[in-house]
Design a protein around this ligand. Sequence first.
Ligand code: GLC
Length: 595
Amino acid sequence: MNLTRILTMHLIGALLSAGAMAQQPVYLDASQPIEKRVEDALSRMTLEEKVKLTTAQSKFSSHGVPRLGIPELWMSDGPHGVRAEIEWNSWAYAGWTNDSCTAFPALTCLAASFNPALSYAYGKAIGAEARYRRKDVLLGPGVNIYRTPVNGRNFEYMGEDPLVVARLVVPYIKGVQENGVAACVKHFALNNQEEWRGHINVHVSDRALYEIYLPAFKAAVEEAKVWSVMGAYNQFRGEHCCHNDLLLNKILKHDWKFDGVVITDWGGAHDTRQAALNGLDIEMGSYTNGLTSEAEFGYDDYFLAKPFLKLLNEGELPVSVIDDKARRILRLIFRTAMMPGRPWGRFVNEEHSDVARRVAEEGIVLLKNDNRLLPVVPGRYRRIAVIGENASRSLTVGGGSSELKVKYEVSPLEGIRAMYGASAVVYSKGYSSGPSAYGRVIEPGEDQALLRAEAVKVAAGADIVFFIGGLNKNHHQDCEGGDRLTYNLPFDQDVLIAELLKVNKKVIVVLASGNAVAMPWVGEVPAIVQSWYLGSESGNALANVLSGRVNPSGKLPFTFPVRLEDNAAHYFGTPSYPGDSIDQYYKEDILVGYR
Ligand code: GLC
């Protein structure tokens, strides 16, 4: 075939493909600026299609525009790992066999690392796992300020200091979003307890609002350019936060120039007009409690579904209201599901395990170490007792929406046995807490006195004792949907620690928790380590710190008051915490935590 013929054929091919390109609509052309794609897509959509974008179609997905080839948005919890797949229209798990993830440490641990670079690595890794699991929105991080030590969800958040939280949340969000996955910073705002979370009406001064409760969200929007924000369940000054004019229209969208999407917490919408006019963009989980309950209402009954369309068709609401929502949602879709050159993500690999372990190691806090009892160098002691349920219990299960189905989880006991040699380690549970369940406590079936007696015997025969206790992910512990009922350690652990000290002076107390606890034994126990929910690499990280392989460098991201009444939120009594079941007044104002 001569050269002319070849050139002619290439020329025809080029013209044909150019022609095809010329017909390709702008919104599908990845080379076009995102705002041009948004406007082009919007111009092609019907009113019904625009309204559809603003509501869920299933438990964890919202509508796309099938006719135009604009994909749905798929969302998943949570802040420290990609939650197992949930069924289309129930809270049950779907039972997939390819969704066991890497559990990264809970965010209190990341906060304790005070390490922004590590926070970026964390976001990058968890975002890659969300991308691999084909999620467009990762429902986290949570940055609600730690106001009271009994808030059931403090473990998911990043402590009491607005500056620490702001400095660490920004790199986390950037890391997540580099995967073409939106972070969804939550819960905006003033969701600082679980008691009456669905309706409690928070009253707080402007000063405390702007100096304590908003800075982390502001940094997420203005510095990290977060693509979505989750409205909180509670009310603020009489309006639900998921459609609150001051928070969403004036502060978030006007003052902070947020160009992303406001998504309700699951069941956080309560009124069509308010949802339409007060800054909400996507309504999820309506008529449910965000954890377990179902409702006979269908997705078409959502506040921003048929009732919203009706008001628009009757001219009760201007089309500009729906166009702003649709633009934001389209922008989110073009940033994620339709992102040009979107990465493919990665799931459960050595690199992610390495990040999880480094966050865990850098977050562990050494609180006390008399006579340099720590580090316990391997080989120094022949008989090591490990006492406590948290040494062997999974702490990635339970806790509410942030619970995970993990590929693996090295327990503290496994890590300690690997570090010191199984033959040198004797384990005794010491106490039992029963299985975790949402919204209810399942009493343990075991005899606590018997468990305690066995543990004391093991401790008496050991050269040194690692007590591994703390809280756990049961209801009324570190768990969504309820607050703790006491500031003390649960399950008679204080009694057990006192008994252990009677038979062995070398007791090292390791607390796994996401909250402060009372320490009546603080004078007698020679060494205390604040551990956290450390995720898949728990045992490896803890053993590395206890043995001295890694120097503990974590710092507390929240205060441990000696007594609960020393905490400012509790000092002012029930109107301040938990409120009177209708209203709540943050009487401590800016004096949160160490302040
Ligand atoms: C829950 C939580 C929220 C979570 C959402 C979806 O109720 O409050 O943090 O992302 O609903 O599970």
